[in-house]
Design a protein around this ligand. Structure first.
Ligand code: HEC
Ligand SMILES: [Ca+2]
Ligand SMILES: [Ca+2]
Length: 495
């Protein structure tokens, strides 16, 4: 009997080792591209805001959760291994455990680099910490850098460059002068040796700064030639994708997006500032970014894959042949899985995407059951569901107040005007909305800064008078507010 069981065990172990069968996961959708068919499956669920996904050459997909956990998933078995909970992580709004990178030669250099926010004696800062994987545990934390933080604009993303330096893309920590200051490490792309020292071939060998002038970077990737791309949140307009040059100045806070205003052109000329390769107005809140090279999904070869938060979509940004500009944009999953935080690509060409529906900015209709999830996208031979298709980004918005509100205001104040408690005020029967029109117009033209919680209402003075009039008339007449409309002339008079 005993022998029989032992033999049975040995055989089953041998079988499970030798079987190269594909992991079976719950199918949620199919996608039809021009030629290829894809499937979307759920790899992991019930997660708490997975912030960063990274594939390591140990065959695992690594991920962290904003609250402070680091885990990895065996892509052959789907098994999740939780490795560490970092107790000192301070999670609030967009602060918490953020960037994560694994060494590209993980077998020989089992290092994991993370960035997280801490609050000590009411001072907020961001730490860059190196862990070592030893006997299935993350040990020997070593703080490489610590820089100022805030409740928002902490970035961040981390990646290894092709020459094995650490790249850390930081936010301006709400200090708008930080981004241009050579004294500050905020609002920068930093380049750091694995031991925390400054690489000798940095633009200034005494400084970690590789490039400057960023507001709040949320995506970082390298193409197969080692070119660095970032994604960055604009304020009310002009989200950006940048191609990072050594020593480059990317303009913030003096320049937003393309160099189209006279003042921006002036600043760019004097400071040799560089233009983004791509920009969005209205904003989409670009987040995770990953280069898709010469891999399995033919239509997506040589592109940047981008997840968006406000835009609630996966975008395929096709690169030019030389790889230095974006020539086409296709939108997938528009509003389908909700906010998407990060995207990873594995060498066999499969794609992993993390949802972010339990984060600080909940959207109507979300979270969905099982959120947050990690979704797997891969080739398939046949579809069993009515396939989803890519769409072109929406064209100009026209003068429809509801549509304009949806694009410019709803990400904060919500489609139904209810806002987010303690963060974004409700616009329903708010005195500011239904009361005197002049102060309301000033809020839109100048913006507001809520000193208590550090949230800002951006200025919308860049919009046309007709557009502002349409939005204000809309919010004054919706949701039970019944205040008179506002005309474009009244806006002109109040400029
Ligand atoms: C990035 C987030 C964000 C966006 C986008 C945004 N707002 Fe706001 N808004 C805020 C915040 C934060 C406040 C509160 C600021 C304060 O109290 O100082 C606010 C305040 C307001 C107020 C005053 C409400 C009150 O009761 O005091 C109005 C009106 C308003 N916003 C309208 C709009 C409109 C219209 C749009 C779109 C054109 C818009 N907002 C876009 C964040 C935002
Ligand atoms: Ca810029
Ligand atoms: Ca501009």
């Amino acid at each position: 009997m005993k022998i029989q069981i032992t033999i049975f065990l040995i055989i089953s172990v041998l079988l499970s080792c030798s079987s190269n069968k594909e992991l079976e996961l719950p199918l949620v959708d199919n996608i039809a591209l021009e030629r290829s068919l894809l499937k979307v499956e759920v790899l992991a669920k019930d997660l708490d805001v997975p912030w960063d996904l990274e594939y390591a050459d140990d065959g695992y997909l690594w991920f962290n959760e904003q609250l402070g956990t680091i885990s990895r998933i065996n892509l052959q078995t789907g098994e999740i291994q939780k490795l560490l909970r970092i107790d000192e992580v301070w999670k609030k709004r967009t602060a918490g455990l953020l960037g994560l990178a694994v060494h590209p030669d993980f077998g020989n250099n089992p290092f994991v680099i993370v960035n997280y926010t801490v609050m000590v004696d009411s001072i907020i800062s961001n730490k860059l910490v190196k862990y070592t994987l030893q006997n299935e545990a993350l040990v020997s934390p070593q703080v490489l850098l610590e820089i100022p933080g805030n409740t928002a604009h902490n970035g961040s993303r981390i990646k290894f460059s092709h020459d094995r330096k650490i790249l850390w893309a930081t936010g301006d920590a709400y200090g708008f002068d930080n981004a241009q200051s050579d004294e500050s490490l905020n609002g920068k792309v930093l380049r750091i040796n694995l031991d925390g020292s400054i690489p000798k071939d940095n633009p200034d060998p005494r400084s970690y700064v590789w490039a400057k002038g960023f507001r709040n970077i949320q995506g970082l990737t390298l193409d197969d030639k080692g070119n660095i791309f970032t994604s960055e949140h604009g304020d009310a307009i002009e989200d950006e994708i940048n191609l990072i040059q050594k020593g480059g100045n990317y303009g913030w806070p003096h320049i937003e997006g393309f160099h189209d205003l006279e003042a921006e052109k002036q600043f760019a000329k004097i400071n040799k500032a560089l233009e983004p390769v791509y920009s969005w107005t209205p904003v989409v809140a670009p987040a995770g970014l990953n280069f898709y090279g010469d891999l399995a999904i033919d239509e997506w070869k040589n592109s940047l894959l981008l997840t968006t938060l406000k835009g609630k979509s996966l975008r395929v940004l096709k690169l030019s042949e030389g790889g230095k500009s974006i020539i086409d944009e296709t939108v997938f999953f528009d509003n389908h899985y909700g906010r998407l935080r990060d995207v990873a690509v594995v060498p066999s060409g499969e794609i992993y995407v993390a949802t972010s529906n339990n984060d600080w900015n909940p959207q109507p209709g979300f979270p969905l059951q099982g959120d947050d999830k990690i979704l797997k996208i891969s080739l398939t031979k046949a579809t069993t569901k009515e396939p989803l298709k890519g769409e072109k980004p929406k064209a100009e918005l026209g003068m429809d107040g509801k549509q304009l509100y949806g694009s410019y205001c709803a990400s904060c104040h919500k489609e139904d005007g209810t806002g987010v408690h303690d963060i974004f005020p409700s616009l329903i029967r708010s005195q500011a909305v239904v009361g005197n029109k002049e102060p309301l117009i000033q809020i839109l033209l100048k913006g507001l800064e809520n000193k208590e919680n550090g949230q800002m209402m951006p200025s919308f003075s860049f919009m046309k008078d007709e557009e502002l009039a349409a939005i204000l008339t809309f919010i004054r007449q919706e949701w039970g507010n019944s205040a008179p409309p506002i005309s474009a002339n009244t806006i002109t008079e109040n400029r």
